[in-house]
Structures are given as C-alpha cells and as structure tokens.
Design a protein around this ligand. Structure first.
Ligand code: NAP
Length: 248
C-alpha cells in the first residue's frame, strides 16, 4: 500500500499511537506537531526503524498559514493524500463555567474546532475528484465530553468537540459522492499527557473507577479505532462517531 495519511498532533498521546499503528498497516505517515520536536522525531524514528515511511512537520493548526504549509509540504513530498486524522487538540484547565474568560473560550475553539475545519478544507481540496483527487478518509477526534457536556470541568472544551461532531456529520453528507468518508472517534478517559497539561494529573486515577470497564483506556486502544475507520475495512461507514470510552 502506498497510501498517505496526515495525522495532526502525531508527536504524543493518541496521535503518536495512531501514527505507529497506521505505519504498521502500511500507510506512509505525515505527522504534524506544535512544538515538541523531540517527541515528533522519536515517532518518526520508530516508524523508520520498523521499515515504514514517516515525516514530521511543525505547525500550529489554529493558524491558517501553518496549515497551508503542512499540506503543501505533504503534497510536495508524496504527491497525494488519502487519509487525514484531525487529532491535535487542547484541554483547558478544570474550572466552573462562570470563570471561563473569552480568550480561553476562543483559543479552545480556534485549536479544536478551527484547526479541524482548516485541515478538513485543505484535505478536501486534495482528495475530492472535483479538484483532481480520488477520494479518501477523514477521522475527526472528538471526546465523550461532547455528549456529557463537561459540567464543572470544561464546558468550553465539550462545546468545541460538539462542533467537531456536527462538522463530521455535515461533511460526511456533503462528501459521500466525492468518495470521501468522514467519521469520528469519541475517546473517553485515556491515559495521555493531556490531563497533566490541563493541570489535573490525578484526573485519570480519580475517575477511572467510574468507567463501566473499570479502567482508563490507552492511546493504543483509541488508535486501533481510528486506523479501522481510515481503512478499507470501513468502506461503507461514513458519518459515524465511534465511542472508545469503556462504556462511559
Ligand atoms: P496530548 O497527549 O496532549 O497530545 C496533543 C498533541 O496535539 C501533541 O502532539 C501536540 O503537539 C498537538 N497539539 C496541541 N495543540 C496543537 C496545535 N495548536 N497545533 C498543532 N498541534 C497541536 O493529547 P491526547 O490526549 O493524545 O489527545 C489527542 C486528542 O484526543 C485531542 O483532540 C483530545 O481532545 C482528544 N481526547 C483525548 C482524551 C484523553 O483522555 N486523553 C479524551 C477525549 C478526547 P506537541 O507535542 O508539539 O505539543
């Protein structure tokens, strides 16, 4: 297989696990990251050591010019794009709704929702037969917060992921006849750095007993669902949001 997938936020956590899993499945992998070059280089090195092809590109997905640069470099290097995983995202600090200032709200939406919009748009401009492409698959990473609401923790984050899910459904309906499938995954409580980055390193330990399966999930378990939705095994699936949440 010489298909090419772009995974945003592929340097760490769920994105890094997805990059490794996609490479094992034969995808050529472009991973983007915001600032952690060392982590991105580690993922690229691991993939190459295992015989795969990978490249890391730096860029902030909330900046239109950075997103354009990521896609241009991807096109220059590989000349095609078959898959996109909109994984990069931020979790703001835990806090009550009335304490959220507008700058935080706007930044959360700029990264989680705006970044997903920008990357989807660039991907469609490559994948769609209306632009000379041959179709493809997009997987948007949402969150169980989109359905739970994030009360007392991060209602802004939850709302930004709700918008990602609505975008997923709209794009699936609009792009089906362009042979572009658009799906989402909705991770629950997954063990990654994101909780520490949000200032609550104990969150996973505190909440994992409330998950029906009795534990938090791993980045690898989330990646497995993403890679399935990218693959031809999911050829008749579009507009679906798959919960990877241990039943939460
Ligand atoms: P993580 O471990 O914190 O990794 C975040 C990744 O996104 C890193 O590669 C980071 O790059 C990149 N990133 C962050 N902001 C960016 C920006 N503005 N531009 C470009 N890249 C950016 O997060 P994770 O837990 O794997 O989460 C991945 C996705 O899953 C997110 O969308 C998150 O909302 C979602 N999710 C996670 C959980 C969970 O429990 N972990 C649950 C539900 C949903 P650097 O390495 O350069 O910083």
């Amino acid at each position: 297989m010489n298909k090419v997938v772009l995974i945003t936020g592929g340097s760490r956590g769920i994105g890094a696990a997805t990059a490794r899993a996609a490479a094992r499945d034969g995808w050529r992998v472009v991973l983007s990251y915001r600032s952690n070059e060392g982590a991105a280089d580690n993922v690229v090195r691991d993939i190459k050591l295992n015989g795969g092809i990978a490249e890391a590109i730096r860029g902030d997905i909330s900046r239109e010019s950075d997103v354009a640069n990521i896609f241009n470099r991807c096109k220059d290097r590989f000349g095609r794009l078959d898959g996109l995983v909109n994984n990069a995202g931020i979790l703001p600090p835990v806090g009550r709704f009335e304490d959220i200032d507008f700058a935080r709200w706007a930044n959360t939406f700029a990264v989680n929702t705006g970044g997903t919009f920008l990357c989807c748009r660039e991907a469609v401009r490559i994948m769609s037969p209306r632009h000379g492409g041959i179709g493809g698959a997009i997987v948007n990473v949402s969150s169980m917060a989109a359905t739970l609401g994030g009360a007392t923790e991060f209602t802004d984050y939850a709302a930004s992921k709700g918008a990602v899910e609505t975008l997923t459904i709209g794009l699936a309906n609009e792009l089906g006849t362009d042979c572009i499938r658009v799906n989402g995954v909705r991770p629950g409580l997954i063990e990654t750095d994101i909780h520490k980055s949000a200032g609550d390193a104990e969150r996973v330990g505190r909440l994992s007993k409330s998950v029906p399966l009795g534990r938090a999930g791993t980045a690898q378990e989330t990646a497995a669902a993403i890679v399935f939705l990218l693959s031809d095994a999911a050829s008749y699936i579009t507009g679906s949001i798959l919960s990877v949440s241990g039943g939460r």
